[in-house]
Design a protein around this ligand. Structure first.
Ligand code: ADP
Ligand code: ZN
Length: 527
């Protein structure tokens, strides 16, 4: 195609049809492609699976010269280049996986104008050698994929991305397109500012993934709940189970395997070969369950991932959206399923407070966590809430999330909350949820006796509610900031300023009643 450019420029629609074999553009794709083909700068926000790649691949074939694509992951580049080459496109990549000889061959091809697209790791692009090559080549456009990697507050921050603004300074006439599936307001502005794309036209796709069913369930026994979910809704399906720590990944994968599930672990502690093997099996074998830390997933192109399960709470709604977005890229029904408990709130809050980050950064992270917690504790449609976070309004409740399908009720928990708070206070603000629940429900365990808590005025005052209800109360008191977690590492709860009104009696509190035995009513996904 590169050779053909000089003679006649094909139209975007021709390229779409003849090269990629698609009859029509996806929503927004056509607009982006025409804009960039005509030499405009673009900032494209589209959900995972929305078809971002074609947004630069088609203009790359329409415009004369070579498109330089910046991509953060070698695996991602290789997949795309392979697919392009199979479609007859002259594409190549430059990354650390190549030998010196292979690199030189690619560089020569670039200089001879033989390439339509050249994928490049950001650190490679910034080298003087590469800069000098670019100056001697004919560049059709710069595409910056996974542009949220430039966001310092984000979870995929890549310092080299910060320097990509120099592309514009050195090649002002070359159009640029930045793409991401992460799109909250702050990240959007950060991308525009840091990549020098303030004047770029913005294309913002709908972030709704209607085929994904969102479910957030109170955590009792995470593994057993996971297995129930798998058995009921996804036997034999491929999916991803996210855990926060490497240890939990290993334990969970092992446990699932013992119980006959086809599960593999993936985390940064495994050797590169092991990771590669497991990833390959996940992609090519049927029905593999990948148990992974967040190190897994970016750029994995597997359209038939039927579920994404979270055993631990993600730090932000962007992370949650991104991770769950790996389910159902083929458009068929898929599940985003999560268990969430007071342990998650306590741990994330503690991690945040103990981190060495600046105050400003902590403030931002705290806000992100609050939004995540509000999503979990919410009683309105999950999808409406999630999309609202990305500034998108869904006019009607979706009918395909747990709160729509099994609406939770609320209850006046003012009295219960006061009991819980005074129990925290009377036991000296030195105990965690499990012990406090034992005190409230009047357990007479050795531990209770040892501390003399059976002599306390709050011992047994909460016996009208089950331990499960009390755990739910504590979880929500933590989530809403009435309680904080002590930095002692034992998960001890302390009262916060916020409690005053409640304890004084001039504030009431309505809490979510966690649905009981929903499992029995829960149907399977309609397929
Ligand atoms: P993203 O990068 O936004 O996650 P991709 O570019 O990987 O999404 O596209 C997701 C899937 O949609 C791919 O399998 C791709 O071939 C397909 N696709 C993209 N655009 C179109 C289109 N116009 N018509 C049909 N399929 C498309
Ligand atoms: Zn809903």
């Amino acid at each position: 195609f590169a050779a053909m450019d000089a003679i006649s420029q094909p139209s975007p629609t021709q390229v779409l049809r003849d090269v990629f074999g698609f009859a029509s553009f996806r929503p927004l794709q056509g607009e982006v492609i025409h804009h960039v083909s005509d030499g405009g700068d673009a900032l494209v926000l589209m959900p995972t699976g929305g078809g971002k790649s074609l947004c630069f691949q088609v203009p790359a074939l329409v415009r004369a010269g070579t498109a330089i694509v910046v991509s953060p992951l070698i695996a991602l580049m290789q997949d795309q280049v392979q697919a392009l080459v199979q479609s007859g496109v002259q594409a190549a990549c430059l990354n650390s996986a190549l030998t010196a000889e292979e690199s030189r061959a690619v560089e020569q091809a670039l200089l001879r104008g033989e390439l339509d697209l050249l994928y490049c790791a950001p650190e490679r692009l910034l080298t003087p050698r590469m800069q000098s090559l670019l100056e001697r080549a004919q560049i059709s456009l710069f595409a910056i994929d996974e542009a949220h990697c430039v966001s310092q507050w984000g979870h995929d921050f890549r310092p080299e991305y910060l320097q990509l603004s120099m592309l514009h300074e050195r090649f002002p006439a070359v159009p640029r397109i930045a793409l991401t599936a992460t799109a909250d307001d702050r990240t959007r502005e950060e991308i525009a500012a840091r990549l020098g794309l303030a004047d770029a036209r913005r294309f913002i796709g709908s972030f709704d993934r209607p085929n994904i069913r969102y479910t957030v369930t109170p955590k009792n026994n995470a593994r057993q709940q996971l297995e129930q979910f798998l058995r009921r809704e996804h036997p034999g399906d491929a999916g991803i189970v996210y855990c926060l720590s490497r240890r939990r990944v290993d334990e969970t994968a092992e446990w699932l395997r013992e119980r006959g599930w086809n599960a593999l672990p993936y985390h940064a502690g495994l050797s590169a070969e092991q990771r590669q093997t497991n990833q390959q099996r996940f992609i090519s074998d049927d029905g593999v369950i990948m148990v992974a830390t967040i190190a897994f997933g970016m750029g994995i192109d597997k359209p038939d991932v039927r579920f994404v399960a979270h055993l631990d709470l993600p730090r932000s709604l962007e992370a949650y959206y991104q991770e769950t977005g790996r389910a159902g890229r083929d458009g068929l029904p898929a599940s985003a399923w999560m268990v969430y408990g007071h342990q998650d709130v306590a741990m994330l809050r503690q991690l945040l407070e103990e981190s060495a980050a600046s105050d400003e950064r902590k403030r931002v992270e705290r806000q992100k966590l609050e939004a995540m917690l509000a999503f979990c504790e919410g009683t309105v449609c999950r999808r409406q809430r999630l999309l609202a976070y990305f500034d998108e309004t869904l006019p009607e409740p979706c009918g395909n999330c747990d709160t729509c399908l099994w609406p939770p009720t609320t209850w006046d928990a003012t009295e219960a909350a006061r009991m819980a708070l005074s129990c925290v206070y009377r036991t000296g603000q030195r105990f965690g949820v499990a012990h406090l629940v034992d005190v409230l429900t009047g357990k007479d365990s050795d531990r209770i006796k040892r501390f003399g808590h059976d002599q306390q005025s709050t011992w047994g005052i909460g016996s009208a509610h089950s331990a499960k209800v009390w755990r739910s109360v504590f979880r929500q008191l933590l989530a809403f900031g009435y309680l904080t977690v002590d930095a002692d590492g034992y998960g001890s709860l302390r009262l916060s300023e916020r409690c005053r009104g409640l304890l004084r009696g001039d504030e009431t509190l309505t809490l979510r009643r966690d649905p009981e035995g929903r499992s029995k009513r829960s149907g399977t996904l309609g397929r």
